[in-house]
Design a protein around this ligand. Sequence first.
Ligand code: KG4
Ligand code: ZN
Length: 403
Amino acid sequence: MKILAIETSCDDSGIAILGKDENNQLKIMANLVSSQTKIHAPWGGVVPTLAKREHQRNLTPLLIQALKKSNLLLPQLFDSAPQNARLRSENKIREILSREPDLLKKLLPFLKKYQKPAIDVLVVTVGPGLEPALWVGVNFARALAYFWNLPVIPINHLEGHMAAGFFQLEKTGGTYNLQATSYKLLLPAVCLVVSGGHTSLFLMKKFGRFEIIGETRDDAAGEAFDKAAKMLNLGYPGGPAIAKIAAKFKPTSYNLQATIYKLPRPMINSGDFDFSFSGLKTALLYQLQKMASKEIKEKTPALCAEFQQAAADVLVSKTIKAAQKFNAKTVLISGGVAANELLRQTLAEKLKKEAPKISFLSPAPKFCTDNAAMIGLAAFQKSRRKSAFKSWRALRAQANLRL
Ligand code: KG4
Ligand code: ZN
């Protein structure tokens, strides 16, 4: 089975092709992401209308590239379909993409120029996310599914983030080999999905069944990183920018400043598994208001280090407490913020010390941030059930989709 996965829930356009090779091993044949960070950077956050425009421009070129990389791109030599049938399907595509004219402009010539590729199923993120952005991917999948007569598996974005963590990805000669880990050995698992839009703790007792045990009451952790970076003039996205500057902080020479800049660990002892990151961001703002701009500039590494540590401390503490309470065999973290080295390290070390029996899973940083391969991985798991396959007619973007 070969699948084509599409991800457009936020500001990354992603196309991936996954398949099983001759040894029955899952393989990521292509995983392409076109990041829009430069376009959104001047606004310090994602602008939905710009994201919609960029997804429309990106998807067809990414699809061509992914098919080429997977040796699945074949030119149309001779179209045997009668003229009126061709016109009918072209009109249907126009109807499906009536709200995505830029996408239509690129997709129609592609469909005429190339043959239907050897793909068996389409997979697309239907939510949660930014509604206009989600619709571009969903309508792209609908148009392709209609034209190529393929079924579609709709995927929840958060399920995608978690699926990336449940697989061990090993790079071999340009492609990633996947070893599907046996779920049974890993469950129950406590999964932290921490990104620009989400900070949620899930308990997975049975394969594919998620119970939410905690979530942020205000900002997502990634959102707090992004806002903090904006206050410090570090650009967007804030998470990697803060991590990079924090690495310059040398605790030995700056020790004193580190204690002066003590930031709160919101809700760390709240007794539940909810989070709050808006207070952390505000505490940083108050701290900056007390400082002269020269001092801020000089001490930015110390401020970044403290901010990063505060966020990591809360995430790690709550995740471990949840894992202990629910007798988890596995702790899994994924999502953009899970790419943070300090967070990964702190969690791994604390688990080893406080709960050595619990195993720790996290995808490589490249698979933590948004990508289409993770959406394809989630679909591979679901594809065992016939009910996972839908007709393109049934597909809708659902901005507030819950697991
Ligand atoms: O999962 P993702 O790519 O998109 C969403 O679904 O939101 O996550 C993006 C978020 C951004 O807020 C970004 O600042 C944050 O993840 N992020 C990081 C790091 N890399 C990305 N935060 C902290 N440290 C990082 N290294
Ligand atoms: Zn995400």
